[in-house]
Design a protein. Structure first.
Length: 144
């Protein structure tokens, strides 16, 4: 589906006398698409009516939210793996990664808590290695 501005461009090019094939080449779309939008009225506004997509985590969201609220009241943190195991007992058959993406998308942890203290995680020397990951752009210098 084209955006409103692209439809206006098609109408403008047609008014300037361009052929449908020339407009299609200019805009990088098919001639059939140009024809379809050229026949629409000038005040046409594109809109998409799609039903909401229900994913495999949605039926368990109230239970997850309740778990996170309870943890917040107790001033504790529930690891994602614990949430995953709990909803698996209720019948969830999706993956841990998908659960993580849904929780991030809905910002469930942020909604459950308003103010979270930062807890430092310290290990003894030579017990654990930690790395800060930085990517540097590759710059190729010309020879001197």
């Amino acid at each position: 589906m084209l955006k409103k501005g692209e439809i206006k461009m098609i109408k403008k090019f047609l008014a300037e006398g361009f052929s449908k094939s020339a407009i299609a080449r200019k805009l990088g779309i098919s001639r059939e698409t140009v024809r379809r939008y050229a026949n629409l009225p000038d005040d046409y506004i594109p809109h998409i009516n799609r039903p909401p997509v229900i994913n495999s985590v949605d039926p368990y969201l109230p239970h997850i939210a309740k778990m996170l609220e309870t943890a917040e009241q107790q001033k504790s943190e529930i690891p994602l793996t614990v949430i995953y195991e709990e909803i698996k007992k209720l019948g969830y058959d999706g993956s841990l990664r998908w659960l993580q993406q849904v929780i991030l998308r809905y910002e469930l942890r942020a909604r459950a808590k308003l103010d979270e203290p930062i807890i430092r995680f310290e290990t003894k020397p030579a017990q654990q290695m930690q790395v800060d990951w930085v990517e540097f752009p590759r710059i190729i210098y010309p020879p001197l």
